[in-house]
Design a protein around this ligand. Sequence first.
Ligand code: GDP
Length: 362
Amino acid sequence: EQSTPPPAGRGKELRSPICCILGHVDTGKTKLLDKIRQTNVQGGEAGGITQQIGATYFPIDAVRQKTAVMADFEKQTFDVPGLLVIDTPGHESFTNLRSRGSSLCNIAILVIDIMHGLEQQTLESIRLLRDRKAPFVVALNKIDRLYDWQSFPNNSFRDSFEKQPRTVKQEFQTRLDTIKVALSEQGLNSELYFQNKNMSKYVSIVPTSAVTGEGVPDLLWLLLELTQKRMSKQLMYLSHVEATVLEVKVVEGFGTTIDVILSNGYLREGDRIVLCGMNGPIVTNIRALLTPQPLRELRLKSEYVHHKEVKAALGVKIAANDLEKAVSGSRLLVVGPEDDEDEMMDDVMDDLTGLLDSVDTS
Ligand code: GDP
């Protein structure tokens, strides 16, 4: 296959990093996702943000616009084509994962409410992240609830913070210190992201408000910074496919379909796929690769656009026979000409048997 050469001085072409969000209930995960998605940032529309199957895709231009206010503080290169954010908040997207080796998430956002500190599900989330060796950042959310906080919508945290009265700065520091101590009791060293000199040893904390949008540019900037600089190896395009089943759904006109996050490689119509099923491995051929119709085109008769081929990273719906017993959270493999189908069937079933304790009854 012919691909366009990478820009001079750069490495190989990278794919979009994938980001998940988790944390205790009511910390603001949903609201933060909404705020990140919001397209009408100052200076016009951040174009091209698309709602995908189970995820939202931000083309690099949208990220560039949303992080523009960071320019006063930090320089950034944009080496990835965009950012894919998984829409399911909470731990669903993690606990559902049957496969330990899943590459679903490159970086996670652990949301902590600055007014409440660490809560029950925060601790569970930390355990999950640790089990999966998933890199993460902390969004210290609801900073607008600090007494007398002066808000500057969609501003960088750093600029907003400089403009706060002394009492607000003091309250912030006190709460931050308490939370850092609580994190260290969980075995985590942490530091405000712009004071963090050792990103591989210290977890970075980004203060945010999902209501005013303050800190959201900082958060996006950091996600990009960490994935581009520290994970470029994982973001190289691979010849083999890395994909995870998010959900199994019946859709009128298509029968049982699976919603899949394609983390790496390509999927093509007609590909022979292997995935984990409740009663044994499923081997079938992709009948259709579907993504949602862009909003503007909704008057068209189908809700979905068909594709001959899709390229990572993205969320896509797959229609095929025999998907009724598919298990969400399992890996999806594509059988290549050299591959041993039986071996692949064993591989995907390992995901299920290895993790029977986490299989729900639904
Ligand atoms: P989730 O359960 O973690 O998804 O939390 P939600 O996004 O549903 O938010 C829970 C509540 O907190 C809602 O009433 C939100 O409006 C509110 N909330 C979320 N983020 C913020 C924030 O940054 N500041 C303030 N003041 N309220 C917030």
